[in-house]
Design a protein around this ligand. Structure first.
Ligand SMILES: NC(=O)C1=CN([C@@H]2O[C@H](COP(=O)(O)OP(=O)(O)OC[C@H]3O[C@@H](n4cnc5c(N)ncnc54)[C@H](O)[C@@H]3O)[C@@H](O)[C@H]2O)C=CC1
Ligand SMILES: CC(=O)C(=O)O
Length: 369
């Protein structure tokens, strides 16, 4: 198979979808890899490393799209790329379609096959290609929250852990999955008073067993969220219903009861955000204020730390890319977890949560195989 590695063009996105060692692995398996010029630069991989591993470098995205059977990205294709995507080309990347109707329509028009990292499941129903970036984003959520609580960044002027004789900050984390646990670990390590909410009793039991004493894990409910936001200094939104638009858990009215200068970090913004007042921001302009509450809602948080994120991401994506290249996407769909990653085939939406998000027609993937 011919695989094309595109340079990310989303603002301040410095990750890349394959490392030179991934190229080497593809080559060993008999595949050809083309890498767009300088695609790996932001992650510390110069073109000569890709050439040494066996890739050829092409100057433009036009050339990469033109020659490849499968293109790989980190983030969703941007508007300038829609006309370059070929019919029946495999587009393997994060797509987050449920958050973006225009993107969904644009990709369906290309006639390509969209396989989303974030909806592929493993045999335990977990999301192995989302997890590494959720680990990064969870840790960053607390790091960014702590920063924006500083007075010079517009916050209340509170140190997350406090110091001797002063109270720590109250951190509320809604969603105790991968993002949630990593956000909680960092906040606990910094000495904050942490509450994690989830709907899944098994997950709450696990969190209660392994988290330190300054973390309590509670059953999520609208009433409890309404109550807790009033005393929270930092709130992290970390819920997910796989593939679907995020539920809105903090309304504008609830926001108005929060302390001025408190911070909310909506990590779930890539699925539309779980706070009513959230809108996507960028690393260049990451925050805005509503009712005196600082909102941080960058949709590609791991892009801030590409040296860590690229390695973590490609460790997870490469085995799947290799399976697609070795067997073809249809054969890999015999694995039901992988099949969940296929979001659209030509002009048909085959991911039900995405179809539901926009009341669009859903086609069962089986009928396309
Ligand atoms: N902004 C960014 O750069 C990034 C965003 N994300 C996003 O972060 C979100 C969370 O991802 P993960 O932690 O990997 O998902 P996950 O599936 O590991 O965890 C989600 C948790 O939310 C819980 N949940 C669902 N509804 C809830 C509710 N109403 N109240 C409380 N908990 C609820 C689930 O039980 C689950 O434990 C996703 O939207 C993901 O796409 C992930 C990585 C980077
Ligand atoms: C998960 C995702 O969309 C990201 O890492 O940017």
């Amino acid at each position: 198979m011919i695989i094309g590695i595109l340079k990310e063009i989303k603002p301040q996105e410095n990750r890349v979808s394959m490392t030179p060692s991934g190229v080497d692995m593809m080559k060993t398996n008999g595949h050809k890899v083309y890498v767009e010029k300088n695609a790996g630069l932001g992650s510390g991989f110069e073109d000569h490393l890709y050439i040494k591993a066996g890739a050829a470098i092409l100057d433009t995205p036009e050339e990469i799209y033109g020659i490849s059977d499968m293109v790989m990205h980190v983030k969703e294709p941007q508007e300038s790329e829609f006309s370059l995507i070929k019919k029946w080309q495999i587009v393997f990347t994060y797509l987050h379609l449920a958050a973006d109707k225009d993107l969904t329509h644009a990709l369906l028009k290309t006639g390509s096959i969209g396989i989303a990292y974030e909806t592929i499941e493993d045999r335990n129903g977990k999301l192995p290609l989302l997890a590494p970036m959720s680990e990064v984003a969870g840790r960053l959520a607390t790091q960014q929250g702590a920063k924006y609580l500083e007075r010079t960044f517009g916050g209340r002027g509170l140190l997350l852990g406090g110091v001797t004789g002063t109270p720590p900050a109250n951190v509320l984390i809604i969603g105790g999955g991968v993002v949630g646990i990593h956000a909680a670990r960092v906040a606990c390590g910094m000495g904050a008073n942490v509450t994690v909410l989830d709907m899944n009793l098994d997950r709450l039991r696990y969190l209660s067993e392994i988290m330190p004493a300054n973390c309590q894990a509670l059953m999520s409910s609208p009433a409890l969220i309404k109550d807790l936001v009033k005393t929270s200094d930092l709130v992290v939104g970390a819920v997910l219903i796989a593939g679907a638009k995020a539920p809105k858990l903090i309304t504008k009215q609830m926001l108005s009861t929060m302390k001025k200068g408190s911070v909310i970090v909506d990590v779930a913004i890539d699925q539309g955000g779980c706070f009513e007042t959230s809108r996507p921001t960028t690393h260049g302009d990451p925050v805005y204020e509503v009712d005196g509450v600082i909102h941080y809602s960058v949709a590609n948080m791991p892009g801030a730390v590409p040296l860590t994120s690229t390695i973590a991401l490609t460790n997870a994506t490469l085995p799947y890319a290799l399976k697609i290249a070795n067997n073809g996407w249809k054969a890999v769909c015999k694995d039901h977890g992988f099949a969940k990653g296929v979001n659209y085939v030509s002009d048909k939406l085959v991911c039900k949560p995405v179809a539901d998000a926009f009341s669009m027609n859903y086609t069962a993937l089986e009928s396309m195989l």
